[in-house]
Write a protein that binds this ligand. Sequence first.
Ligand SMILES: *[C@@H]1O[C@H](CO)[C@@H](O)[C@H](O)[C@H]1NC(C)=O
Ligand SMILES: *[C@@H]1O[C@H](CO)[C@@H](O)[C@H](O)[C@H]1NC(C)=O
Ligand SMILES: *[C@@H]1O[C@H](CO)[C@@H](O)[C@H](O)[C@H]1NC(C)=O
Length: 319
Amino acid sequence: MAYKIKTWYAILVLLKFVSQLQNCAHAAPQVPCFFIFGDSLADNGNNNHLATNAKANYHPFGIDFLNRTDTGRFTNGRTTVDLIGRDILIGVNYASGGAGIRDETGKQLGGRISLNRQLQNHKVTFSSLIKLLGTRELVANYLNKCLYSVAMGSNDYLNNYFVPGYYKTSRRIALPGLGPLGSIPYAFSNICRDNVATIVANINSATQIFYATLVLLVDRLNRDLKDAHFIYLNRSGISSRDPSVLGFKVVDVGCCPIRSDGQCIPNSNPCKNRTEYVFWDVFHPTEALNQFTATRSYSASLPSDAYPYDISHLVKIEL
Ligand SMILES: *[C@@H]1O[C@H](CO)[C@@H](O)[C@H](O)[C@H]1NC(C)=O
Ligand SMILES: *[C@@H]1O[C@H](CO)[C@@H](O)[C@H](O)[C@H]1NC(C)=O
Ligand SMILES: *[C@@H]1O[C@H](CO)[C@@H](O)[C@H](O)[C@H]1NC(C)=O
């Protein structure tokens, strides 16, 4: 904290100095200011006072940095942003080693300043500048001239996606199959009116290949990835139950009037009794069918609804 305040003070003093100078400046740098958002590739010491393993304020880091090893830069000398910004007198570096675009990224390393929090810190800068320059407009005009560097994402891979042991929330994965493509109104309306039965059978047998492969994939992933759990949701099976049992009355046309390409006509009046329709347009189910699919996916009522088990079981698994 002390570090931050000191930095701030220095920046504000500098800003004041520069804004006075600008009145009689001859040659200005191409941009007057530089703001940096990033991770360890740009961090210049912001992590030094955080409780984290992602620190670089010790030897041999910084060994080529003007004899100082304690700057906190994650390299032997200057960083890319140091070099890009070397002629720019003022700016703020918000970068933090271990940080990512996602808030949780890098949590196994300890404290870090995620992109969200770096942006919040920039808001604080903005407020401080208003105090200094007077109005919001003046600050906005000033900041419009600055250079911004936003370089993040490595840690979202290296310290999140590729270290699943620390990020167990994403280890329960449901793979819904396709809907019943052979039974959507599109199949009746556009493909071949004369030979609906054959067409539907063809579509259904073609998609069987996909389903069978998906089920095998679920088996393989569950076998190979010991700390992950995958399930298959049989969406076509779920929604192919006799629709009349579910209170649906219209199964072969969509609720919304459609154009020749099957899309809902803009600003048209959809059917009123929407809970009686299976389909909203020629492709997409209505909310009523979605509700039904969701309920059955969560809690299967037939063994074929989900494989090897439903979502209610998936979410109860201890990771
Ligand atoms: C770095 O260290 C060397 C030897 O200790 C010294 O001669 C030199 O002046 C130092 N440079 C800076 C920039 O402090
Ligand atoms: C999906 O459900 C249907 C109907 O219950 C069933 O015939 C089919 O075998 C199931 N498909 C898969 C891949 O489990
Ligand atoms: C839906 O309502 C319309 C009138 O609003 C009616 O003509 C139509 O038959 C109804 N559809 C069903 C499936 O009951």
